[in-house]
Design a protein around this ligand. Sequence first.
Ligand code: GCU
Length: 609
Amino acid sequence: MSTTKRFLAMLLLGASAYGVPSPSTLIANIPGRTTLSLNGAWRVIVDPFDNGKGGFFRDQKARSKSDLVEYSFDASPVLNVPGDWNTQREELMFYEGPVWYRREFSHRKQPGKREFVYFGAVNYQAVVYLNGEKLGEHEGGFTAFNFEATSALKDGENVLIVEVNNLRRADGVPALKFDWWNYGGITSDVSLVELPGTFVQDYLVQLERGSTHQVSGWVRFNGPVPHHEVTIQIPEAKIEYKTLTDADGYAKFGFDASVLACGKRPASQCTAPLKLWSPENPKLYRVIVSGEGDSVADKIGFRTIEVQGMNILLNGKPIFLRGISMHEEAPFRGGRAFSQEDAQTLLGWVKELGCNFVRFAHYPHNENEIRLADRMGLLVWSEIPVYWEVDWLNPATLANADAQLRDMIARDHNRAAVILWSVANETPVKPERLTFLTQLAQDARELDSTRLITSAMNHVDNTAPDVRTLNDPLGDVLDVLGLNEYLGWYGGRPEDADRMQWKSALSKPLIVSEFGGGAPFGRHGEADERWTEEYQENIYAHQLPMLERIPNLAGMSPWVLMDFRSPLRMLPGVQDYHNRKGVISDQGQRKMAFYTLQKFYKKMADAGK
Ligand code: GCU
């Protein structure tokens, strides 16, 4: 059913008529595949008037001295990939528009193999050409995508050209206004992936909700051979399970790990075959999915996450999420973070704060961060950039948001660290928004029944003097409520928190997903002097005890780990195009509030929370 028809059905008949989103075309677990990295220096042409649309993808060269060709990649400067263009060339810091990228590479084609070009992320729109042939186009700045290149690829020299355009769009996701820098470019890894004729496209291997030994999931193959055997192996736990795919190369499965691991041994001799993943013990198992000539190995943790009343349960036990929010901004150099080193530095600071949880705001972050969180034992809130206002009544906008949701889930649904999918941040309470987000929440459940669905909300009623109640109808379709509140910064004084009582209309677990205030590192003064570290620290000092009084508080992720670039923050000498609400500066300097929060989390951890 076309997106427009699905959308009209949804408007007229409600979310259930919208149907199930089509499966992602993303190839899972690229780190576990045979790949040729295409990272490095790419030639680029900055094309503000999109003049290249007519022919740049052909990479024409003057063939004779009288030939007229008015562009040349060979003579053009380079930009590093991965990397945003804004922080690589000063004159591009504020640039929004088309940029053409070219990468030449040589490749020996292998008989019977298929090749795909894979992009970790390109902001915002990408049109991809190989040897002059269009492979495909993608919209959305933070989710991975791949296109088959088998027929366009040559044995020998190849030319890959990508038109990238980060122009903001009113019907985009996000739309025209957001509080982070609109870094443009090929901002994550690019690789050529070589695969067998029929290959393991994607798989889900997780514990069923509420069970510590029932493993379930599915495997999807891509290729001409239906009805073949699939094997799931977890060697360390002595688990091997076999099943058959259907006519479409899809196999759903479920098995009891205890039974499989025990084999003929008496049950008494083999308890808990799978050690559960947790922040204290982020145990990852080597899991091999194979069939029909392809085999892919991954590192997967097994844990359960669920809601019980007002508690979030990890592996069946209540857990308090000691967190922090963070942007995918590179420490020290600025720009979009992408590397292992960036992830190590940022998540190292998260751990140093005493956190067991991190909110990746407001869009899917790179795979290096997610996989490091898996290894480090950090629980993750992952979000799609339905931020503030989007074009709620536009079917294309919904399809775009849905595709970003689907691809976010497809890339990370085997990561034990990820426990929450967030469908939006700070969106206005109105019917068309509720319909839009209800659809996304429903689709998220369809795509992944093992995790919790949430959203950061800020619609609050002043139900009595000093009483504020989170009251948003969106809460009905969520498992966990997210509350953004800025008492003491965007309203009131920090001390007002001492009297304030927060409530929520729904008795579901609540995460205070944002609170905080801004101060450039090193700016000192009275605690009531805005923009000083003392003022920021004063907010934390009064907020933390206030939050502890919230009956259904299950976690928090103050805003924000590190100062980050934003076009909305222009106060000279203070903000200088940076949001200064970090508890750490963009140069890694810890502010007073960092230590207040660290002390609070230590107290909680010592108390077993
Ligand atoms: C908002 C928003 C953030 C923003 C923050 C702020 O709540 O969710 O993206 O940066 O507040 O105002 O600093």
